[in-house]
Ligand binder design. Sequence first.
Ligand SMILES: *Cc1c(COP(=O)(O)O)cnc(C)c1O
Length: 376
Amino acid sequence: MSPFDTPDAETCGTILTIDLGALVANWRALQAQAGTEAAAVVKANAYGIGIEPAVTALAAAGCRSFFVAHLSEGVRARAVAPDATIYILNGLLPGSCGRYAEHDLSPVLGSPEELREWAGFRAGGARGRPAALHLDTGMNRLGFPAGDGADVVSAFRTEIDAAGIGLVMSHFASSEDEADPANARQMAAFAAIANALPGIPASLKNSSGHFLKDCPSYQLTRPGYALYGGNPTPGRPNPMRAVVGLTSRILQLRDVRAGTQVGYNGRWTAKRDSRLATICLGYADGYPRNASGTDISPGGSAIVDGVVCPFVGTVSMDLVIIDVTDLPSASVKRGDPVTLIGGALDLDAVGAGAKTIGYEILTSLGRRHARRYVGV
Ligand SMILES: *Cc1c(COP(=O)(O)O)cnc(C)c1O
């Protein structure tokens, strides 16, 4: 048993299995593929799998740099990785420099105001690890607007020197779509920035960035989704190992006649005499209600005994109904296990069934499952 495991499956009904060995293997594969140091993006509780177990496993495997979104996440990562460099992507909230220094965390500075505040803090004699500088190359979300990277660098040269910048970075807006011409524009804009700051390590690639043709790795890459088994090359086979598995159990089976309406508001109608199974998981477990299977639109699915069974009716808070008519009736019984994430139902397929992306499935993983950490 891992110290991070949570309650016994007998008391939970659903089991979330997290393969930390696969997580580490994915990190190693991305690092080898990039041919440079790979960091790990562990924001949002390590995309739902648990920041402490993820950071502990990756740091033990040799990962030295981590990215989180919030200061509070940085504090959690620091507690289990005392020697790592931990960057806070959301940057500085006004007046928070002292908290960063207290936990030896590195803000990702994304505006002139943030850069000046951090430079002023450092000028006051504060020590600490170097910060990162974030230049926007097309996302228009966070980061210095970098019309021309060289202009930004010359305009802010004094503050950049005073702030102690250890990394310069930018973020792709559409790297999962190889054909999007925005990728080449962002690569060119970032190359100009990296050129203007010789001697400062640079970082551009997120997960899908690793698979973009002609994209330099610079000194550091920042994969997130692919570490957790998400497919960084949508539409092509997934090169990553699965990290997350989710299973539930059948609570009840029932036979209904063609024409019977099922679930809240009767949004699904049986088109044939059907055998339905009610399973022990709902939207309160982080499975999106948008995965409901209705008369108008199909939704999510589950695998029972190797057969993919569609969701029928509205996803309830604690329950989902699936259609098991295509299974031999003797082979399904109360208590049987049902796979919600795993096998053919990888993160990307589950996301599509819920009209969202695998990232949202991962980061919404519920708090009510028994969590089992394996592979370490
Ligand atoms: C979330 C994030 C990443 C990781 O992106 P993935 O697509 O999950 O690999 C990298 N860099 C920044 C700035 C991010 O916000």
